[in-house]
Design a protein around this ligand. Sequence first.
Ligand SMILES: Cc1cc2nc3c(=O)[nH]c(=O)nc-3n(C[C@H](O)[C@H](O)[C@H](O)COP(=O)(O)O)c2cc1C
Length: 388
Amino acid sequence: MTRLRYLTSGESHGPVISVILEGLPSGLSIDIDEINAQLIARQGGYGRGGRMKIETDLITINSGIRFGKTLGSPVCLEIRNKDWKNWDKIMSASAEDETDKKAVYGPRPGHTDLAGGIKYQHKDLRNILERSSARETTMRVAVGSLVRQVLEAFDIQFYSYVTKIGGVGITQEIPAYEQIPGLIAESECRTFDRDAEVTWKKNIDQAKKDGDSLGGLFEVVCTGLPIGLGSHVQWDRKLDARLAMAVMSIQAVKGVEIGIGKSVADLPGSQVHDEIFYDADKGFYHGTNRAGGFTGGITNGMPVVVRGALKPIATLYNPLRSVNVQTKEEFKASIERSDICVLPAAALIAENIVALELADAFLEKFGGDSMEEVSRNYHGYLEQVKNY
Ligand SMILES: Cc1cc2nc3c(=O)[nH]c(=O)nc-3n(C[C@H](O)[C@H](O)[C@H](O)COP(=O)(O)O)c2cc1C
């Protein structure tokens, strides 16, 4: 991140998770209900585990916002763990409570436990799993859903949906993007394809019975971005690369594609590149969007389309073989309360993380200390593009 910076903190079962974000301009109207709506949606979806029923994440704003508007100062957000009363001894900061530590010695194949335990010299793997948990994404969703409000003020919109679970893909065409929120609102799998959803739910139920888990694919789309965010001039300014890193940083994401992604390897150039047209009202535009909104790491005015591949959840109720780090004896990996399939949540998390990265690039280009200044810079640039 260049213009914005933030750090999250907090263990999964600790008393609080929090973030400090710096770099937002002053004068941005903040819809707090929208942040909470995103947080609640993050906890939903078909195939989630028991914890989501215990907690309802609601944000507390400690600084940086007054009377519904940003001040330009750092924003501090936190969420309290509603289940803390059951964890206050287990996750206590006090050495006196160490007797009741609910230690974990069994690393789960596919989770961070073993590599993290060896790296940080912890035999009690709870010291690793508490932070590597995707609970951390709660704060990134909070920051993303706050920061995207800068972009939404300029009619830049975000969408996300699930396109595959457990090897079964959607068969329906992707609808017009603006229809997506309405179509997915009633879907427990965050999809517009009702037939696929029926199969997915059946397969998730079966995976649950089998003690197994399922992965899949999701897509994030951003519309309304101007041409010119990001740059070709240096590797770390390429915005498609920055987005790939951001999405890859989501727990369990193992692949990221932009536009038609890895299909470029199989198709001839005539079916990969997007032809260029000109219209007096629209200016320069592309006839197709196989590039997914980027050329040379620069936004090209077409919708940004990012796809993520999520692996199946590592914690299995029918566990894989592993080795106890204390005794070095083989055993079946330990079970933390776990999800079966988290594609709907992953799509929403990715949507907010993509928004965060794009907002950073937007503010880097048009940044000012107040929204009025950002707006002046943005509209001045649009005028310049029009006269190109
Ligand atoms: C929304 C979400 C929820 C998750 N829930 C679980 C879970 O309940 N159990 C689990 O073993 N892994 C879960 N994961 C995945 C792990 O956090 C992840 O596999 C682990 O941190 C190791 O990171 P890596 O898979 O990127 O290597 C979840 C991931 C996401 C995105």
